[in-house]
Design a protein. Structure first.
Length: 301
């Protein structure tokens, strides 16, 4: 029975209930592996992601084989994977990597066949450079860990068009991409992948894809004639990268976001590019760069 305090005795102060969240440590940061053969892109992604308290980049790698080795060593929560890389490309490595962590494709490749094949092989999302902001990328990294996919407009549109046009029928990939076996193209995520889908994946199995992939360059031309000889333009590596983006149809804002530089810096590069290409417009510069300008001809790049 509760008794009243005796005269002169003060009642004991009421104690607040214990806080169940007190002294609970914050969650560990998401661990990310970045796989891209462009060192500028890798550095930019690492700087962007590492600036967030809940994300840390544990490894930067330049091809699919290195991504597999880094994923086994660091056990990341998310892998950001380019498609076209020398050695083992992203599509070839993808079935191995999804056994280790969720994979988000982060690439310039926007062909519908590649988007669909990446999803068949287990990718959890597909982002095309120049179509997302820094905040959108960070949200995508956080969401893919929880199984929520993200697609930029080109990837989503390409996938939808592919599904509407061909239904359940498959489409052939460009030569040298995703060539993991000599068997017919798979019509389901597991068909034709007996060598790579049986766990555990191994470095020995992954090495088997290298000869097939090595037959093509990391910059696929999609069956077009050989690239023109661009060395005569004497563009720097950064200028050549920006000229490629101009030729792909990107505006200055998209180029700035892709290269992690300011629009003013982009304009300065473009002024130097126009001077070296003796061009006065983006269309004229692109035509010369791609070898489609009258009298430009094509050679082996």
């Amino acid at each position: 029975m509760k008794t009243s305090p005796t005269p002169g005795e003060e009642a004991a102060p009421m104690q607040p209930p214990p806080n169940p969240f007190e002294n609970v440590p914050p969650p560990a940061p998401l661990r990310v592996v970045v796989a891209d053969d462009n060192p500028v892109v890798r550095a930019g992604l690492t700087a962007l992601l590492s600036g967030r308290d809940d994300i840390t980049v544990v490894a930067e790698v330049a091809d699919g084989r290195q991504a597999y080795d880094a994923a086994r060593e660091h056990q990341p929560d998310v892998i950001l994977l380019d498609v076209r890389m020398p050695g083992v490309d992203g599509l070839s490595a993808l079935p191995y990597l999804v056994e280790l962590a969720p994979v988000m494709m982060l690439t310039y490749s926007r062909e519908s066949e590649i988007v669909q094949e990446a999803l068949r092989r287990g990718a959890g999302g597909y982002l095309v450079h120049g179509e997302f902001t820094a905040d959108q990328l960070v949200s995508a990294v956080r969401d893919i860990k929880e199984g929520r996919p993200h697609f930029t407009p080109t990837a989503a549109g390409a996938l939808l068009a592919q599904l509407r046009e061909r239904g359940n029928e498959g489409a052939s990939l460009p030569d040298g991409l995703g060539a993991t076996t000599d068997e017919p193209r798979m019509s389901s995520p597991n068909a034709g992948l007996s060598r790579i889908s049986q766990p555990p994946a191994s470095a020995e199995n992954l090495s088997q894809v290298q000869p097939a992939v090595a037959q093509s360059s990391s910059r696929w031309t999609g069956g077009l004639p050989a690239a023109p000889d661009r060395s005569r333009f004497q563009l720097s590596a950064r200028e050549a990268e920006i000229m490629d983006l101009i030729a792909s149809g990107m505006n200055n804002q998209q180029i700035a976001a892709t290269c992690f530089i300011s629009e003013k810096t982009v304009k300065n590069h473009i002024n130097r590019i126009f001077a070296k290409l003796h061009s006065t417009s983006r269309a004229e510069a692109a035509a010369k760069w791609l070898g489609t300008a009258p009298g430009s001809g094509r050679g082996v790049g």
